[in-house]
Design a protein around this ligand. Structure first.
Ligand SMILES: NC(=O)c1ccc[n+]([C@@H]2O[C@H](COP(=O)([O-])OP(=O)(O)OC[C@H]3O[C@@H](n4cnc5c(N)ncnc54)[C@H](O)[C@@H]3O)[C@@H](O)[C@H]2O)c1
Length: 255
């Protein structure tokens, strides 16, 4: 028996990084898994790797910032798998590190649309199916930057709002057997991190070394470090945990 056997899961942003690791681990532990993303090539690659490993998965092209696409895909997913128990709101994009007064309004809107409104849309359209399935678990991927201050105000604000939405939804849906928790990764080596590091004066390897020195456990995180936290929150092992923020950062936030 896998740790989430018999459950159906949706992972947004499942084509890369933390979402890819999460989709693979949930499927390995028995969940029938829907990978939702806008990167079709990688989304289909992840699904075929899950199937090759003996798991059950499907890919749905969905921009989480577009309400109609989310509504349609989630209806299809529910029809295909017949139930829904786990939603991982992971799709996210970074903003640029620049002061608020220099942040273009278009950038503010885009980051908020994907990170925050995307989480809202996916929750809005998943909850009715989770209720029909008898309850479940929603995991919202925030960041340690949703708790701390820093030089990227739009990203940090979107992640702080996700933390708050999680706690409000945890209260609202507790009596209906849906748990909501947020996960707060620290510095994790993923394509998103590498894209940002390439542009920095230190480059990718230099950035990994510099970041690692600031982390008590002495290394940056892997996508699997985060995915195992999400797996715990998705499974019935965490059935008494709701409204919690799970910080997975090698101790970064405590120093
Ligand atoms: N990497 C880190 O250090 C780090 C730290 C803290 C939090 N996070 C958060 O973890 C999550 C995953 O990040 P990652 O590092 O794995 O990034 P990533 O870029 O590797 O993966 C993000 C995925 O989201 C998809 N995506 C982007 N916009 C989308 C949209 N509109 N609709 C659907 N899918 C979309 C991308 O195509 C990609 O597959 C994000 O929410 C990010 O903010 C990452």
């Amino acid at each position: 028996m896998g740790r989430v056997s018999g459950k159906v899961a949706i992972v947004t942003g499942g084509a890369s990084g933390i979402g890819e690791a999460t989709a693979k681990i949930l499927a390995k532990e028995g969940a029938r898994t829907a990978v939702v993303d806008i990167d079709d090539d990688n989304g289909k690659r992840v699904v075929s790797e899950i199937r090759d490993a003996g798991g059950t998965a499907g890919y749905w092209h969905t921009d989480v910032s577009r309400e109609k696409e989310v509504a349609q895909s989630f209806a299809d997913i529910f029809q295909k798998f017949g139930s829904l128990h786990i939603l991982v709101n992971n799709a996210g994009i970074a903003g640029h590190a620049r002061p608020t007064h220099e942040t273009p309004t278009e950038e503010w809107d885009r980051v908020m649309d994907v990170n925050l409104k995307g989480t809202f849309f996916c929750t809005k359209y998943a909850v009715p199916y989770i209720l029909k399935s008898g309850g479940g678990s929603v995991i919202n991927v925030s960041s340690i930057m949703g708790i701390l201050g820093g030089p990227t105000p739009v990203y940090n604000t979107s992640k702080g709002a996700i933390r708050q939405l999680t706690k409000s939804d945890a209260v609202t849906y507790a009596s209906r057997n849906i748990r909501f928790n947020s996960v707060h990764p620290g510095y994790i080596i993923t394509p998103l991190f590498k894209k940002l590091a390439e542009k920095s004066p230190l480059g990718v390897e230099g950035s990994i070394k510099a970041e690692s020195e600031k982390i008590p456990l002495g290394r940056m995180g892997t996508p699997e470090d985060i995915a195992y936290g999400i797996l715990f929150l998705a499974s019935d092992e965490s059935s008494y945990i709701t409204g919690m923020e799970m910080i997975i950062d090698g101790g970064k936030i405590i120093v």
